[in-house]
Design a protein around this ligand. Structure first.
Ligand SMILES: [Zn+2]
Ligand SMILES: [Zn+2]
Length: 539
């Protein structure tokens, strides 16, 4: 701004800026646009183009977060009742074998990834053993690999039981043909139904809770187990899907959203393609568990001022009093013997909710609403503690997560006298930067949307491109030749750089133009189909 401003002008300035923000937000325009310079290589002409920031959290950019949520809803909608899968094929005996072999290959991949990340692989070894049995039963001779991996270099197998837990129900045996889409039913009038499923999975009880999510008795509420279940929630879900697919005999596809309950335990809404009988679901849930083979943390060895010291010469953490080198991560894993118990066994709670949903029904839309409802919020923002009791409950859970090791490399292992994997100087128990410890995550560090590979047969980028294509077509726009333009990000040092307020003005103008063009295009085309207006909203 140049020239003298009156006091009234100065006072009005922030208000005007605020108003522009509000207008931009109301029109669905990004509040933190990135400025790009598009150069026409034929004419040399340059224009500034505002590109949305693409945030998925409403706390960062509400319009972009809302758009991201709509995109997820579109993805969910498209895959749920999919009729044709690209690799859908009729069932044949050798395809049953192929089905098992693919599951086996995926289990191997998970196992090798876990091993590369320094995680314990007992759980996957157990699964691989079970799948090998199925493969043999399906008539495939020989084994795919030796049990422990593909190369001959791997370390000696840790002696841990990979037998099924005796306290877990057996997994029901499945006999159905391989496919990824659900069954179709025909009514007498010839109408076809393709029911799918909406499933809600929750963690176990850690103690009775009140309506506001706080424990009835905080002293007996099991915060440690709540913390551990949250940390391993994603791994448990993986195991559930593997088990479900084994029992169904086909690669069931899913779209899931993870969010906290009022008690701050994670729970999961899941759209599953095809229907699964409730009794079978109950059996699979009862048979599903995830065992964590990590060192024990019962005994606190170093706390307060007495913390392990880093020994520069040997590159190890040592006891500050005696100089004794602490057990390394690998040695601690090796020390877990065949008679030891896993450090934790994660399971879902016995309560679950399952309902059949028909393609295109009102119920289906309602469920998609549930699935995407909280995606624009951080876990902790979904239920912000409002009362003293809720705040105290959140604080106790955060405290329980503070010293819980979140990964093999977590600094918290030092508290229990174990050097974390890849130990380096400067590690302080209780100060790990891992997502699981942060109050806004309540222990769950995984992704918020869990989508299976063959859900809609499209990536999020494909869905975004679909929406753009729809807009371009509706507006009758000419698709510019991408080879003609070059793009560059404009930085504050550039002469054409626009400060944030000016960029917002551009966004507002762009949105107004788009909106007018869209209204006009719709008027010309007549009433649009409801789903298109939903997915096509905003470019
Ligand atoms: Zn934005
Ligand atoms: Zn950690």
């Amino acid at each position: 701004m140049t020239g003298r401003q009156t006091r009234a002008e100065r006072a009005a300035y922030p208000l005007a800026r605020d108003a522009i923000r509000k207008i931009a937000e109301a029109s669905g325009g990004c509040l933190r646009p990135v400025q790009l310079r598009r150069t026409d290589t034929a004419t040399g002409e340059t224009v500034s183009v505002m590109v949305p920031c693409g945030a998925t959290l409403a706390s960062i950019c509400p319009p972009c977060a809302e758009r991201a949520k709509l995109l997820r809803a579109a993805q969910c909608r498209e895959g749920w009742h999919l009729e044709d899968e690209p690799d859908l094929a009729p069932a044949a005996p050798d395809e049953m074998q192929e089905f098992w072999l693919i599951l086996r290959a995926e289990a191997q991949l998970c196992r090798d990834t876990a091993e590369a990340a320094g995680q314990d692989t007992t759980d996957y070894d157990e699964l691989i053993g079970e799948l090998d049995t199925e493969i043999t039963r399906a008539g495939v001779r020989g084994t795919v690999t030796n049990r422990n991996g593909s190369d001959g270099r791997q370390r000696a197998r840790r002696s841990r039981s990979t037998r099924r837990r005796q306290d877990a129900a057996p997994l029901p045996a499945g006999k159905i043909a391989p496919r990824t889409t659900g069954q179709v039913y025909s009514a007498p009038d010839g109408k076809r139904y393709r029911p799918s499923m909406f499933l809600t999975l929750t963690c176990d009880s850690y103690g009775k809770v009140n309506d506001d999510g706080t424990p009835a008795d905080a002293a007996s509420y099991d915060y440690t187990r709540a913390a551990l279940d949250a940390i391993y929630f994603a791994a448990l879900f993986d195991r559930f899907i593997q088990n479900l697919r084994r029992v169904l005999g086909y690669e069931a596809q899913y779209f899931g959203g993870v969010e906290p309950q009022k008690r701050f335990a994670p729970h999961l809404h899941l759209a599953v393609r095809g229907s699964v009988p409730r009794p079978l679901l109950r059996q699979v849930l009862a048979a599903t568990y995830h065992q964590v083979w990590w060192p024990a943390t019962e005994q606190v060895r170093f706390a307060g001022d007495r913390l392990p010291a880093w020994d520069e010469d040997s590159g190890n953490y040592v006891d500050p009093a005696t100089g004794e080198v602490l057990q390394t991560w690998d040695a601690a894993l090796d020390a877990i013997g065949p008679t030891d118990q896993p450090r934790h066994v994660a399971r879902f709670g016995p309560k679950f909710d399952a309902q059949g949903v028909l393609a295109g029904s009102k119920d289906a839309e309602k469920c998609i609403g549930y699935l995407t409802k909280y995606l624009t919020k951080q876990i902790a923002e979904c239920h912000v503690p409002e009362t003293g009791a809720q705040r105290a409950h959140a604080a106790r859970l955060t405290e329980a997560l503070r010293y819980e090791p979140c990964s093999p490399a977590c600094a918290n292992w030092l508290r229990y006298g174990i050097q974390p994997k890849n130990a380096r100087p400067g590690l302080v128990p209780g100060a790990c930067k891992g997502k699981a410890h942060r109050p806004e995550h309540f222990g769950y560090a995984g992704r918020r949307v869990l989508v299976s590979r063959k859900w809609s047969g499209k990536t999020l980028a494909d869905h975004r491109a679909d929406r753009k294509a729809w807009l371009v077509e509706t507006l009758g726009l000419e698709v510019p030749d991408p080879a003609r333009y070059t793009w560059a990000q404009v930085t504050p040092g550039d002469s054409d750089y626009l400060p944030p307020e000016r960029r917002l003005l551009h966004v507002v103008a762009d949105r107004a133009r788009w909106k007018a063009a869209l209204t006009e295009a719709r008027r010309r085309a007549g009433p649009p189909a409801a789903d298109l207006s939903a997915t096509g909203r905003a470019a």
